[in-house]
Design a protein around this ligand. Structure first.
Ligand SMILES: Nc1ncnc2c1ncn2[C@@H]1O[C@H](COP(=O)(O)OP(=O)(O)OP(=O)(O)O)[C@@H](O)[C@H]1O
Length: 214
């Protein structure tokens, strides 16, 4: 993994999407080796928070810190320490499992020789040649998990990571998360389903400001 882990934290974070304040006054802290589980009803802002943490959206108020640094001060460095698993698995119909995983190593600057081992780890060792258009939803999600591993990033941001995974896939996911934490990594995950993982909890309840509807 690149660079040393630091705590990820914010004290007074606000998010605005489409001109509307989604949440404000948000405070959290995740230490190396810890997970933060973000919960709340549909539309409350879980994905928006993950996008803020990934540096893809700017806070309306407040800042996100990695140790003492504001992540906005060095977006390239923040991108290199972060792996983001979104709602969509971004699978190209013609590219094979091998292609998708190899591309992940190229983008992250990690070792492509690890692809077969990681494919086996995510249960796709015998499907390396299979094109994206023939993968099931759960197999697509497993490719996304493979990308996550190959990124070798300190900070994992996971949007509904259990989506489409069967019982075995969910057990695999929990294993991967535990290993990441044991290696000193950090995880922030949004979920509607309980994750069998020791974690801090952050329940989003929407904007509390009297100007929430502005
Ligand atoms: N790009 C955007 N432009 C404008 N509004 C947006 C945008 N993305 C999200 N929103 C709005 O922001 C609010 C929060 O959306 P978000 O996707 O963060 O919620 P969520 O808690 O992840 O929801 P879910 O549980 O349904 O996935 C919603 O009201 C949504 O309509």
């Amino acid at each position: 993994m690149n660079a040393l882990s630091q705590p990820l934290w914010s004290e007074n974070l606000a998010c605005r999407r489409g001109g509307r304040k989604i949440f404000d006054g948000l405070a959290f802290r995740v230490e190396p080796g810890e997970a933060l589980i973000v919960t709340g009803p549909n539309g409350v802002g879980k994905s928006s928070l993950l996008r803020l943490l990934a540096g893809l959206v700017r806070p309306a108020e407040g800042a996100i810190h990695w140790g003492e640094a504001d992540i906005a001060d060095d977006p390239v460095e923040h991108r290199s320490r972060t792996a983001y698993l979104g709602h969509l698995d971004a699978i190209k119909p013609r590219a094979s499992v091998q292609d998708h995983l190899t591309l992940a190593t190229i983008l992250a600057g990690t070792d492509a020789a690890k692809v077969p081992e990681i494919a086996a780890r995510i249960g796709l060792g015998r499907m390396l040649e299979r094109p994206g258009r023939l993968l099931s939803a759960g197999q697509r999600r497993r490719v996304a998990l493979g990308r996550l591993l190959l990124a070798e990033a300190r900070l994992w941001l996971l949007d509904e990571p259990t989506n489409a995974l069967d019982a075995e896939g969910q057990a695999l996911l929990i294993d991967l998360l535990k290993q990441h934490l044991a290696a000193g990594g950090l995880i922030v995950a949004s979920t509607h389903q309980p994750l069998a993982l020791p974690a801090r909890q952050l329940a989003l309840a929407g904007a509390v400001s009297p100007h929430a509807a502005e």
